[in-house]
Ligand binder design. Structure first.
Ligand SMILES: [Zn+2]
Length: 333
């Protein structure tokens, strides 16, 4: 799960990849490294689309399956393959814009489908997805479900998972090696991938978009997210591939990661400001809204509230605010 409103930052890769794009603004796929192809989601990979990676190697592998099926088919065809030749799908986490067409592709190709052990519940069934999001307990659940299913019909599918990967244990595709980096925070199962080492990283939903981090599920966690971002910053990757930006990023990647990390503090400062102005409950803060620039449709109040609640919990723990009756107050002095 990501968000619909961000405008992806247009600070993109310079050099050969950028030149490839001169022919068409955003072709269905581009080569990032020998045998490693970025398959772009439609609408520049914005939710509910996401980019995928196609590893054209001995074991024909797709990392995530959330790009439009036409884009995946096109990429496979251009590289001389049919969909039924796919050997393996590696999923980064349980969100629908990432697991996407995995089950359809598995049925077409009888491929292996791997995920992190913590992704099984959220990936396998709609009920598991709803529980991992935390949406199943929400009072508006019954009202939202038809809307969500109409918008994202694949959510109702069951997905068969055939195996797991382990953190830092390389997955060999032949010449190309994928290194799973379990980086929770966005969700508890969120896993990035190093490509032949850790200098080129599929950042997944550490998506370096202008919106900033999304952690609007009960399995999201601000502190984990910040720790993981600091870890990625320490790795100093040379190329970062976002699941929701149309091009890999090289120039200024470190600055973008630092900026992305800074969004947590900006949101926290805004929450404190609004509480001091009298918007002193989660409902009042969500109604404005405080984290999303606007709420595109009602289910998004759930994500907004879920992120706000996590910030409030941290602010209560560090003594910046306290509960007074039915509302929050700023701690003075
Ligand atoms: Zn996600």
């Amino acid at each position: 799960m990501q968000h619909v409103l961000c405008c992806p930052i247009r600070r993109e890769l310079s050099g050969p990849l950028a030149r490839a794009d001169l022919m068409s603004e955003f072709p269905a796929h581009i080569e990032i490294e020998p045998r490693v192809h970025l398959v772009r989601g439609l609408n520049r990979g914005r939710f509910p689309e996401a980019n995928t990676l196609l590893i054209d190697d001995e074991i024909l592998t797709l990392v995530d399956a959330g790009s439009d099926l036409g884009q995946v088919t096109r990429a496979m065809k251009d590289l001389g393959h049919k969909l039924d030749e796919l050997d393996r799908i590696v999923l980064t986490h349980f969100h629908i814009d990432h697991k996407g067409h995995a089950e359809q592709l598995r049925q077409i190709s009888d491929c292996e489908v791997m995920c992190h052990p913590l992704a099984v519940k959220g990936t396998s069934t709609f009920q598991g997805w709803a529980e991992e999001c935390g949406i199943n307990d929400h009072p508006s659940y019954d009202e939202w479900i038809p809307l969500l299913l109409e918008w994202m019909p694949l959510l109702s599918s069951d997905y068969e998972i055939t195996g797991h990967y382990q953190n830092m244990k390389p997955i060999s595709c032949g010449e190309v090696e994928l290194i799973p980096l379990h980086l929770p925070g966005h969700t508890k199962d969120h896993t990035c991938f190093g490509i032949n080492g850790l200098e080129i990283l599929l950042l997944v939903d550490i998506d370096i978009s202008r919106f900033g981090a999304f952690y609007g599920n009960v399995v999201g966690d601000i502190r984990d997210f910040k720790d993981c971002l600091n870890h990625v910053i320490d790795l100093c990757p040379k190329i970062g591939i976002s699941s929701h930006l149309p091009n890999p990023v090289s120039d200024g990647l470190q600055e973008l990661l630092v900026e992305f990390l800074g969004v947590f503090d900006k949101r926290e400062a805004e929450i404190l400001k609004r509480i001091s102005e009298g918007h002193n409950t989660v409902k009042k803060l969500a109604a404005m809204p405080t984290i999303y620039p606007r709420i595109p449709f009602d289910p998004y109040y759930f994500f907004e509230e879920c992120m706000l609640e996590q910030h409030i919990e941290i602010l209560l723990e560090d003594g910046s605010i306290y509960v007074e009756g039915d509302h929050l107050e700023i701690a003075r002095g």
